[in-house]
Ligand binder design. Sequence first.
Ligand SMILES: [Zn+2]
Length: 106
Amino acid sequence: MTSTVHDPIEELRTTLEEQFRRHTDQLVHLTLCSQQPDRGDFDDDILEALVVSSRQVVADTAQALRRMADGSYGICERCATDIPLQRLEILPHARFCVPCQRKRTG
Ligand SMILES: [Zn+2]
């Protein structure tokens, strides 16, 4: 018999690990570009914005993996309700439920 346990959290962990690798690579690439005289053909402002957003994703992803390890993953940091799985599948490093996210950004 083969085990075919379908654990959505394990799938999200894989997604997060891939995301972490991809954005870390991108961050390294962008950092190298920023050190070149021609900025790797990037506009200065665009390059800066990309570095900031990549760094944020790397930080959020690392934090999500850490939360997964300590068992607090998938719980809104603001109101402590469970973040719906559908949202986590779209945004695995989500730290807030949708209403709290709206309050933060809106
Ligand atoms: Zn919330």
